[in-house]
Write a protein that binds this ligand. Structure first.
Ligand code: RP5
Length: 164
């Protein structure tokens, strides 16, 4: 099975990526996670992206905050699908990273999830890999059903509370 590559610009982004790793682990998807910055360690970021396909990756998640060009820089060096997570920093509530990540010029796409959207980045990776993996597609269906059941349980509890 193809791996998911996770790259973050700083260890300060790690709490968001832990959610992505937990979600991938819950679906039995192998991953590798690295701290490579587009501006502090540009050569490591470039080389990871450039060798990702031959190293068995199927998707790359790239997370960064502030002037967040990591996802775009990774995408520039691979034709694998790249999912960008804009991370919220202390200023501007993550709008800086959101716009930097989502507004890629034509030719080099980055599929951008919500600010701090670690879980959805992992789920979107899983959905991409599931195109060629029926077992994974089944696990995704089961997760959707389990998540829906949790909501309906909460609704049932609310109805009970409101009718007392
Ligand atoms: C970005 O700058 C990182 O992705 C991080 O979100 C932000 C701040 O980095 P630190 O100063 O916390 O290392 O490159």
């Amino acid at each position: 099975m193809k791996k998911v590559g996770i790259v973050m610009g700083s260890d300060s982004d790690l709490p968001i990526l832990r959610k992505a790793m937990d979600t991938l682990a819950s679906l039995d998807i192998p991953y590798e996670c690295h701290i490579y910055s587009a501006h502090r360690t540009p050569e490591e970021a470039r080389s990871f992206a450039a060798s990702a396909r031959k190293n068995g990756f199927g998707v790359i998640i790239a997370a960064a905050g502030m002037a967040a060009h990591l996802a775009g820089a990774i995408a520039a060096n691979t034709t694998l699908p790249v999912i960008g997570i804009p991370c919220k920093s202390t200023c501007l509530d993550g709008m800086d990273a959101l716009l930097s990540t989502v507004m890629m010029p034509s030719g080099i796409p980055v599929a951008t999830v919500a600010i701090n959207g670690g879980v959805n980045a992992a789920l979107l990776s899983a959905q991409i890999l599931s195109v060629e993996d029926p077992d994974l597609a089944k696990r995704l269906e089961e997760k959707r059903a389990a998540d829906a059941a949790k909501v309906l349980q909460k609704d049932a509890a609310l109805q009970t509370e409101l009718t007392v």
